[in-house]
Design a protein around this ligand. Structure first.
Ligand code: NAD
Ligand code: UFG
Length: 338
């Protein structure tokens, strides 16, 4: 299939490009490069040995999306493009609604104009809000605790309305848990601008000596060791989940489907620190800090629906996540010193 990846130069998009090409899809990336660099696409080209057209454009620009869809005879879209920093979303809510909600609206308008009605959307486990039971399955009630989460929820609801109005759509909503790690080549990975918000890139930078120590946000949660528990999923597994979702959209006779992409296994912050230290033979200095506002104690997926309907299951464990994240961090150090 010819697939347009909005946000294709980003962390998840670049890994998905590799997985889609391995599954013999043709990939075109569409990205405004607001949080990525074109070099990411070049690296995907060198991993896959395939040329990947990059359209530099904004999803809010409906005409530009329309042109990309028709110029490249696109048959399906995987929509990663979005802003994702929870703290920033509280400071700049208009930016988040504009970029994420209006961006998605412009995208689906352009798709409808072009008769492209196959869409995979990057949602998030954040839409489950405060867990009422665990593991979180797709029927768990949804809510939002910050503007970023609310954009994901609003987009999910908008896509639901679109699918109800026109059952010709095939929309797959993927609710990611916590994607971490990097491709085996270490050519692509997660390299956030500024100080990382997320745990794994923060740990990598502490290990590399780029940051002095990790703050563990709270050790008094109702969890085994008191620190927050999350469902970390290897980025390459997550990418393969998109290939499976895209395939399912051609076989499942339902206009909209929602699937969790997680492992079903929760690890605490201290588990993550210890695994990273052991696997990579490094030391991660840390101190216990106050809880971070808005964090939940425990969050992990029921991966059963994705397993049953997509035939997808994560296969890479925590050691592989930690090892690949560190390989990528060391590669960045070489790149920056070279
Ligand atoms: P990322 O920032 O690395 O990638 C997003 C890409 O989209 C970037 O390349 C950016 O330049 C591009 N982009 C942003 N706004 C755009 C616009 N208006 N037009 C065109 N391009 C635009 O982030 P990521 O981690 O790869 O996340 C991809 C998607 O997955 C996002 O929608 C994010 O909300 C969602 N998600 C991510 C996580 C996570 O932990 N990484 C968890 C759940 C959901
Ligand atoms: N944590 C620390 N110190 C840090 C960073 C994080 O102790 O410096 C802790 C957090 O308190 C939490 C755990 O590590 O217990 C994971 O935190 P992350 O920020 O890595 O991930 P979150 O689960 O908070 O959120 C992530 C994405 C959201 C997404 C959510 C669910 O950032 O966008 O997963 O998919 F919505």
């Amino acid at each position: 299939m010819k697939v347009l990846l909005t946000g294709g130069a980003g962390y998840i998009g670049s890994h998905c490009a590799v997985a889609l090409i391995a599954a013999e899809h043709q990939v075109v990336c569409f990205d405004n490069l607001s949080n990525s660099r074109p070099q990411a696409i070049e690296r995907v080209e060198s991993i896959t040995g395939t040329r990947i057209p990059l359209v530099v454009g904004d999803v809010r620009d409906r005409e530009a999306v329309h042109r990309a869809l028709t110029d490249h005879a696109i048959e399906a879209v995987v929509h990663f493009a979005g802003l994702k920093a929870v703290g920033e979303s509280a400071e700049k809510p208009m930016l988040y609604y504009d970029n994420n909600v209006r961006g998605t609206l412009a995208l689906v308008e352009a798709m409808a104009e072009c008769g492209v009605r196959r869409l995979v959307f990057s949602s998030s486990a954040t839409v489950y809000g405060q867990p009422q039971y665990l593991p979180l399955d797709e029927a768990h009630p949804t809510s939002a605790t910050n503007p970023y989460g609310r954009t994901k929820l609003m987009i999910e609801e908008m896509l639901g309305d679109i699918a109800a109005a026109d059952p010709g759509w095939r929309i797959g909503v993927l609710r990611y848990f916590n994607p971490v790690g990097a491709h085996d080549s270490a050519l692509i990975g997660e390299d956030p601008n500024g100080v990382p918000n997320n745990l794994m890139p923060f740990i990598s930078r502490v290990a590399a000596g780029r940051l002095p120590e990790l703050s563990v946000f709270g050790d008094d949660y109702d969890t085994a060791d008191g620190t927050g528990v999350r469902d970390y999923v290897h980025i390459v597994d997550l990418a393969e989940g998109h290939v499976a979702a895209l395939a399912a959209l051609t076989t499942i006779d339902r206009p909209l489907s929602i699937w969790n992409l997680g492992t079903g296994q929760g690890y605490s912050v201290l588990d993550m620190i210890r695994s990273f230290e052991r696997v990579n033979a490094v030391s991660i200095p840390y101190r216990i800090a106050p809880r971070r506002a808005g964090d939940v104690a425990t969050c992990y997926a029921s991966p059963a629906k994705a397993r049953d309907e997509l035939g997808w299951q994560a296969s890479r464990g925590l050691d592989a996540m930690c090892a690949s994240a560190w390989r990528f961090e060391r590669m960045l150090a070489t790149r920056n010193s070279g």
